[in-house]
Ligand binder design. Structure first.
Ligand code: KG4
Ligand code: ZN
Length: 340
């Protein structure tokens, strides 16, 4: 079964064709990073206008790269939330239009849930469950226990800023470019991660929740008190504090829940220091680690198409009254159908 997926929840216009939930035939991603860079963050109005300009071409390109036409597609899927309302509207309505005009089934997909399962897709092991899964991006920091596709419990999440948001805000404090994660990572490579003892907020807290806003404030105070700081040391020490908390919570969850497989997805999971530390911990504890390549970690439509394949048999088909849901969370294992 071939699924055409569409994703426009934030600032990436993406369409993909995925066969049987794991075989990626195409995954076209048009990034708007350069468009938003001068503003230091995503400008919703610009994002939606750009999606509108590109969506047809991106869908056509995804079909062409998959060497198919719309006739060869069995199901059409799109992200319906969470994300920017004006961005979501473009992809969701384009996909609904394609499904309606061609009489294909339509599936609405929760973007965060798609992130959660993307490492399974990337490793072509959709049955590698249960997992302890971290979704760590610019908008989310969620630790989940997934027992089957569509069945997951949120163990904890950020109580304030997402980890990626902290990277972006600290980069701004340091006068670095947007998005902040890669900029900080680049400089951290030449810095000493032990030079500044930034707080590991909530690391030893009983819950699996995260907090990154205090860490950002600590960086701010440090910069004020130490105008002669080395940017590389600040970046390395900040990055180390974030990574320690993320890895620490994942490892504790595997022990407390007796789970042997770990996965991580979302933009921050690309971070090399994160991968290195998590990889070392997993190897030491004989845990299986599932990560995805960068183009499946950040926003992409392949993860939307893949998840739709698994949702369809269990009643995931939506009708055309499906609305965007900018603020939905990951949910606790419900199907993505908003009418469920
Ligand atoms: O998953 P994503 O592309 O978009 C959503 O937020 O859904 O994640 C973007 C976030 C940004 O905050 C960016 O700074 C961060 O991921 N990021 C990184 C790295 N690459 C991207 N953070 C740390 N290290 C990186 N290498
Ligand atoms: Zn995302």
């Amino acid at each position: 079964m071939k699924v055409l997926g569409v994703e426009t929840s934030c600032d990436e216009t993406s369409a993909a064709v995925v066969r049987d939930g794991v075989e990626i035939l195409s995954n076209v991603i048009s990034s708007q990073v350069a468009l938003h860079r001068p503003y230091g963050g995503v400008v919703p109005e610009l994002a939606s206008r750009n999606h509108l300009q590109l969506i047809d071409t991106v869908i056509e390109q995804a079909l062409a790269e998959a060497r198919t036409s719309i006739d060869g597609i069995d199901v059409v899927a799109a992200t319906y939330g969470p994300g920017l309302a004006s961005s979501l509207l473009i992809g969701l309505n384009a996909a609904k239009g394609v499904a309606f005009a061609t009489g294909k089934p339509f599936v609405g997909i929760n973007h965060v849930e798609a992130h959660l399962y993307s490492p399974l897709l990337a490793n072509a092991v959709p049955d590698a469950l249960p997992t302890i899964s971290l979704i760590v991006s610019g908008g989310h920091t969620i630790l989940a226990h997934a027992t089957a596709i569509g069945k997951h419990t949120i163990l904890g999440q950020t109580v304030d800023d997402a980890a990626g948001e902290a990277f972006d805000k600290v980069a701004k404090l340091l006068g670095l470019g947007y998005p902040g994660g890669p900029e900080i990572e680049k400089r951290a490579e030449h810095g000493n991660p032990a030079s500044i003892d930034f707080p590991r907020s909530m690391l030893h807290d009983e819950s699996y929740n995260f907090s990154f806003s205090g860490l950002k404030t600590s960086v701010l105070y440090f910069l004020r008190k130490n105008p002669q700081h080395r940017v590389e040391d600040v970046c390395a020490s900040f990055q180390e504090a974030v990574v320690d908390v993320l890895v620490g919570k994942i490892v504790r969850a595997t022990i407390e829940l007796g789970v042997n497989t770990v996965s991580a997805s979302g933009g921050v999971s690309i971070n090399r220091r994160f991968r290195e530390k998590l990889g070392a911990e997993c190897a030491r504890r004989h845990l299986r680690l599932l990560l995805a390549p960068a183009n499946l970690c950040t926003d992409n439509a392949a993860m939307i198409a893949a998840l739709a394949y698994y949702k369809l048999p269990s009643g995931g088909q939506a009708d055309f009254s499906l609305e965007v849901a900018p603020s939905i969370g990951l949910g606790a294992g419900e199907l993505s159908c908003p009418h469920a």
